[in-house]
Design a protein around this ligand. Structure first.
Ligand SMILES: *[C@@H]1O[C@H](CO)[C@@H](O)[C@H](O)[C@H]1NC(C)=O
Ligand SMILES: *[C@@H]1O[C@H](CO)[C@@H](O)[C@H](O)[C@H]1NC(C)=O
Ligand SMILES: *[C@@H]1O[C@H](CO)[C@@H](O)[C@H](O)[C@H]1NC(C)=O
Length: 589
């Protein structure tokens, strides 16, 4: 076993330079820029797919991508929650660099479409790089990177301000509350009654103020405050039970226009597929970038009747299989238009499956295979190890499986390279160009260390030791499971990043190249290996921390609370609502 030595960093520097020159030298061999189709699932577990070893789930289309392309088995999300993971994906940088990671356990994702946080406008997404290189860029599906900064219609964080030429989908995220059946539409008469009673209740504390200010008689302030609180609570509770969240967060947009508020969730997936197919048809002369950001397989698992009951795993399995069918439909149009050889296709999930998603006995969340933990946990493998598949016939040799650690952040420099774009020079990019690895020209991705954050807190670090194939992983912080013997946070629904967690000093060490389930703890030994590894990683953490700059926090309490003046609204606020979508669908969708 090689131990880190003092001249070790010199040799790694030299080999890095060689790699760099080789890569840039081979650039001209790409004589044309490919079309790019990125599939991203929401909350899908790595163990849900046939090609990752699930022999009872039917995902033939995604499996065919893996067979015809390269399959990554140690592909890692930069965060285990949607908004930060997607921010890192779009920018090639750890979410902490853009302020897209949270210091609070309560708001680890953007919580309201009417909040003021989002992917900062001075971040440069891969869509923007490709747009500048003449690509037609489209985002279809979920965004969840914020919408407006200071006023309802400024749309500062909108996809169209982040390099996309076309957007169709949900600016927020699919939520349980988006389902009409869970939150019945309010009857008009009932709505009027409730408005009147809330206003009446709201007037009481104001009436109470009159005698105080007029000096007629004394009423204790606590009484006024309590009545006001009761009024607010009443308003909030009826409103939330009658579609508050659905009304404000579940909306459908085409470019800057709201086309459904609230969204009709039973048709949305068909509309998304229709849009994706027509995007390919429209821009088939290329080059185009289509980012197909699925609403699948997030709860409430909206699934077409045709697929309900098809899988062996209830509604969750049905939803996965429907998503696979949609992938197939898009691959079909690529084939039909003879674009197969000139299109780079990628498939991934934003993070691991959510173990706490259950309704009674039935499992509504993903399966993370042999990996421990899931969504919301920053360090354990199950929250961050996701599918990663690349297909580009004639360029990427088919049928290979690559075990080297890679990151979703790598998509950024990889796309920049294949499109012949320039990476921004004024900031740190954490991703690596994967083309040399995918083409089989090198055997390592170039990632030596990967830092695994939970919010802004560093929970774990992975070290791929250069001279051998060992991948070490240390955990400084791990979640406290509830109940203790469980493997997730069933009581709270989501594991916290700080506070009620386990701090490890000395840290936990695993050799995940031999123990991917993180079951066999390595302890200090006679040879001093444990100490040497921990020390080398500590130095890397120090160096990494020196590259972090303070930036505005997008998930601060102020940024995440709902602000009526930022709420996108179809109509006159607060009477928002519309349905402008012609939802007739071609047969077969
Ligand atoms: C396949 O996926 C389902 C659904 O998530 C899961 O319940 C099952 O355990 C998986 N099977 C295998 C062999 O991984
Ligand atoms: C794609 O490339 C393969 C291998 O070079 C070739 O046999 C095939 O005809 C190409 N297909 C198209 C549609 O160009
Ligand atoms: C974006 O702006 C913020 C706030 O002014 C600044 O801290 C940050 O460094 C900027 N980011 C980039 C990539 O320029």
């Amino acid at each position: 076993m090689h131990l880190p030595s003092s001249d070790w960093s010199y040799s790694s520097l030299i080999s890095f330079c060689c790699l760099f020159w080789r890569v840039s030298g081979s650039n001209p061999s790409l004589n044309s820029r490919p079309n790019i189709v990125l599939f991203m699932a929401d909350d899908l577990g790595i163990g849900d797919l046939g090609c990752y070893g699930n022999n009872t789930m039917s995902t033939p289309n995604i499996d065919s991508l893996a067979r015809e392309g390269v399959q990554l088995t140690q592909h890692l999300a930069a965060a285990s929650m949607c908004s930060p993971s997607r921010a890192a994906f779009l920018t090639g940088r750890y979410p902490i660099r853009s302020g897209m990671s949270s210091s609070f356990n309560m708001n680890r994702d953007l919580l309201w479409l009417g909040g003021s946080g989002g992917l900062p406008t001075n971040e440069t997404t891969f869509a923007k790089l490709l747009q500048q290189r003449g690509y037609k860029t489209g985002l279809i599906g979920k965004w969840h990177q914020g919408l407006s900064c200071a006023s309802r219609n400024d749309h500062c964080y909108h996809p169209l301000n982040h390099g996309f030429d076309y957007f169709f989908g949900m600016p927020f995220s699919l939520l349980n509350e988006c389902q009409a059946t869970k939150t019945p539409e309010m009857h008009r008469a009932l709505r009027i009654k409730l408005w009147i009673s809330s206003v009446a209740l709201g007037i009481v504390p104001i009436l109470l103020l009159i005698p105080i200010f007029a000096g007629w008689f004394k009423i204790p302030w606590t009484v006024v405050i309590i009545t006001a609180l009761v009024a607010i609570l009443f308003f909030a509770s009826w409103y939330s039970s009658y579609g508050f969240i659905r009304h404000w967060n579940c909306i459908l947009m085409r470019n800057h226009e709201i086309i459904q508020q609230p969204m009709k969730e039973e048709k949305v997936n068909s509309l998304i597929l229709k849009e994706a197919l027509s995007f390919v048809e429209k821009y088939k002369r290329g080059p185009f970038l289509l980012f197909m950001s699925f609403l699948h397989v997030h709860t409430p698992l909206v699934t077409k009747e045709k697929f309900v009951g098809r899988s062996k795993y209830g509604l969750y399995g049905d939803n996965v299989e429907e998503m696979d069918w949609m992938v197939g439909k898009i691959l079909d149009v690529i084939n039909k238009e003879y674009l197969r050889n000139s299109t780079l296709v990628y498939f991934t999930s934003d993070h691991g499956g959510r173990l706490e998603s259950q309704e009674g006995e039935s499992k509504l969340g993903g399966w993370n295979g042999l990996y421990k933990g899931g969504k919301g946990m920053g360090g354990w493998e199950g929250g961050i190890r996701v599918p990663g598949i690349f297909r580009w016939p004639t360029i990427i040799p088919p049928g290979r499986v690559i075990k080297d650690p890679t990151s979703l952040m790598d998509i950024y420099p990889t796309l920049s390279y294949v499109a012949g774009a320039m990476l921004p020079q004024d900031r740190v990019i954490d991703g690596k160009n994967l083309m040399p690895l995918l083409e089989g020209r090198v055997s390592h991705s170039g990632h030596e260390f990967l830092f695994h954050y939970c919010g802004i807190y560093l929970h774990a670090v992975r070290w791929h030791q250069k001279d051998c194939d060992t991948v070490w992983k240390v955990h400084y912080v791990t979640p406290k499971f509830q109940p203790e013997e469980g493997r997730a946070c069933y009581w709270s629904g989501l594991c916290p990043c700080s506070g009620d967690v386990n701090y490890h000093d000395p840290p936990l060490l695993f050799d995940i190249s031999r123990d991917p389930s993180e079951d066999h703890l390595l302890t200090p030994d006679n040879e001093g290996l444990y100490e040497a590894v921990i020390k080398r990683i500590e130095t890397a953490v120090k160096e990494h921390r020196q590259t972090l700059m303070p930036v505005p926090q997008q998930f601060s309490v102020f940024n995440t609370i709902w602000k009526p003046w930022l709420q996108p609204c179809c109509g006159t606020f607060p009477f928002c609502g519309c349905d402008k979508e012609d939802d007739t669908l071609p047969t077969g969708l």
